[in-house]
Write a protein that binds this ligand. Structure first.
Ligand code: GRF
Length: 218
């Protein structure tokens, strides 16, 4: 008898804009036949460009506008309601430009993952590429990490790095970091849905029993 198929993990992806990381995740999930399905893409604004692409793929979409809610808590409560309809195993933040309340983060403890465009713990927050250029670092990149209530912080699952080149602008650097984001995030998500990621008691991530992985960009 054939072995029973691995159970299918459900993913919900949250975006705010163009959604290129979301596209990389959806495409890798399909092309590499992950034991997973992207159940929904939810945006923090109804006009997020990535929603259209997700719809065209036949994925359920939803746009919530934070200005329609009286408080951050009210927005996060409704967001969690929308997400929980799909009973996701993992919620993947992919360019989701909202600070989340501790209540929301704790609700998804161990299931909420983010990609940040810097080598954390360097340069949390916004304008990471400009910060990298201003400080003169020679290496820059991205970090895929579990989310904790502290902004841009949490156990690191994967990182991708690129050299900072003479003549780089925030835009050229962002483009090369984005290319390595599109490698690191799908890889990390695949390890998660394949059940290969373990959090050690001291809150470090192991993949197949090894420390977190590094991707080298150009
Ligand atoms: C990415 O660089 C992501 O790391 C950051 O915002 C950008 C979003 O790009 N948080 P996209 O929407 O995935 O194309």
């Amino acid at each position: 008898m054939p072995a029973s198929p691995p159970s299918t993990r459900r993913l919900v992806i949250l975006i705010s804009g163009r959604g290129s990381n979301m596209q990389a995740l959806v495409q890798a999930c399909r092309d590499q036949a992950w034991p997973a399905t992207v159940s929904a893409v939810i945006a923090s604004r109804p006009d997020a460009a990535g929603l259209q692409w997700a719809r065209e793929q036949g994925i359920a979409t939803q746009g919530l506008y934070h200005k329609d809610f009286p408080s951050r808590e009210a927005f996060d409560t409704q967001l969690a309601r929308e997400i929980d309809q799909y009973q996701p195993d993992y919620v993947l933040l992919a360019g989701f430009m909202r600070v989340l309340t501790p209540g929301f983060v704790n609700h998804y403890a161990g299931r909420l993952v983010n990609i940040h465009p810097s080598l954390l713990p360097m340069f949390p927050g916004l304008h990471t590429h400009a910060q990298a250029l201003a400080t003169g670092v020679r290496l820059h990149g991205c970090t895929v990490h579990f989310v904790t209530p502290v902004l841009d912080h949490g156990p690191i699952i994967a990182q991708g790095c690129v050299p900072v080149l003479g003549g780089d602008t925030p835009e050229t650097l962002a483009g090369r970091v984005l290319a390595v984001e599109h490698q690191a995030y799908p890889a990390a998500a695949r390890w998660l849905v394949e059940g290969r990621v373990r959090l050690t008691p001291d809150q470090r991530v192991e993949v197949d029993g090894e420390p977190q992985r590094l991707f080298m960009g150009a």
